[in-house]
Design a protein around this ligand. Sequence first.
Ligand code: NG1
Length: 417
Amino acid sequence: MNGPAPPRGTAGFARVFGADSTHRASAPGRVNLIGDHTDYNGLPVLPMAIQFRIAVWFRPRNDATVRLVNADPGSEPGSFRLDQPLERGAGGHWLNYTKAAAWAVQQLVEERGGQPRGMDAWVDGDVPVAAGLSSSSALVVATGLALLEANGLVVERTDLMGRLARAERFVGTEGGGMDQAISLGGARGHAARIDFDPLTLRTVPVPQSWRFVVAHSGQRAEKSGGVQAFYNRQVRRCAEALQQLAPHWSGADCQVLQRKSGAEVTYADLLRQAELDPLGRAADVLPPELFRCFRHTLTEAERVQRAERALRTGDTQTFGALMDASHASLADDYEVSTPRLNALVDAARAAGAAGARLTGAGLGGSVVALCDAVSEVAVKRDWTALLRTWGEDPVVFTAVPSPGAHVESLEPLSASG
Ligand code: NG1
């Protein structure tokens, strides 16, 4: 016998490229526990990295070409050059996410001087796709780390979180920075409270007895086409709400905010200065569709703050109630729930979960429920049954709070067997 079979990626790379991969970069997906549609408004979120990852086996090249092959035979291979402008392919194409990462690396090479180096890469992973579990950012982060390594570039983690968040907008979604930040900053056994104004991440231990159980509704939350347009419209509405409110801040308000009159007031300012009663003011000033976005945004951020405290103190009931309130706000004010997501949330509560909500951008994708060891079994059972009645092959799992992205050097194949 020659010992254990080599990992699929190592063998896959060797078969396609006729040489050994020298490194492997891997990045996790995430489940967001609370705080959706807050990040692009500079407001906090509370996600955790999960056990499913995207991995990139790679070998740096001596030229600027990047060649990529996906283990999924349905995802066609492709190549591009780092020393030429990157062109976006058709919406939703997997190579767009790798080009997004390449765009960030192009900027860095330009800032620091030097010639970009490409790589040959084999991509594989087990993060459910279009499930609201951030497979796209896991791909961006894993590819980004691989290209940084190939170019010998070292970037401080928080800086990289921001760069890769901006880079992912290459695909056409005006996303916030949650997914890239948690994929890079996740820690075993921990969730993380992430703020964006400025970008900071602090980890919070998840109590041993808490179980975050996740189900994919089977409806793809594909951020291309209609969902992307809806997402970007919500981003614009939130910005528009602030702008329409701006002329209504008085001189005294500006003093409280320590701002010159007319200077831009941010959502983060309003979260910090609740005594300004932003919701009361906005109710008088904003048209209903903007007010609902505004109300979801600020109340969701408050829930994140309270949820972080509940997580730190192990207060299951409070955390669960905040998840329920978050779901109601996402469904009623933000209008990103669907009948399936609502049915899954209801089923979780009926089976004894402390709370449940849709997670991620919504309009399909997944739900997450907070359970203990007893309700975990009941929730999984009832979700599985419900998903089967919809004709789905159930994707139901308990999320394991997992470490963030990293790169490792690989032994040559010949030396491992
Ligand atoms: P998902 O669920 O992965 O589509 C998106 C955004 C996040 C955040 C959430 C909603 C990207 C890459 N991700 O995540 O920044 O805004 O929606 O909270 O755009």
